[in-house]
Design a protein around this ligand. Structure first.
Ligand SMILES: [Zn+2]
Length: 117
């Protein structure tokens, strides 16, 4: 399976940039970064194994969803630390749920062959 190069959040197309030596806004190392203004997710392609990258990617997608759904303000009251805590908590659970329930995911997605009953 190839690593994603883009994904949609609503009608917004996000580019996934696989980079090395990723730095956050304070100059610290980062595994992934999300920028809703520019609709990008930057991923560190050098660090961690593929499963770790998947979890980081889901974490960044949660940030993108929170931003596009305006949860940043509606739920997290503009508190980036609270929103970060939520993304860090829910991402591994969401990824695990997706992995553990492929038939349910197929049904939710309306994939051909997913049984109605
Ligand atoms: Zn984060």
């Amino acid at each position: 399976m190839k690593r994603p190069k883009s994904f949609l959040v609503g009608s917004f197309l996000y580019q996934v940039l696989w980079e090395t030596d990723l730095k956050d806004s304070e100059g610290g190392g980062a595994y992934g970064l999300q920028d809703s203004e520019h609709q990008t997710v930057q991923m560190d392609k050098a660090s961690g194994n593929e499963d770790h990258k998947r979890e980081v990617f889901v974490h960044e997608v949660v940030h993108a969803l929170n931003s596009r759904a305006n949860l940043d303000n509606l739920v997290f009251n503009g508190n980036p630390k609270l929103e970060e805590k939520y993304a860090a908590t829910i991402a591994p659970w969401l990824l695990d749920w997706l992995r553990m329930n492929p038939e349910v995911v197929a049904w939710v997605m309306g994939v051909d062959g997913a049984e109605a009953e």
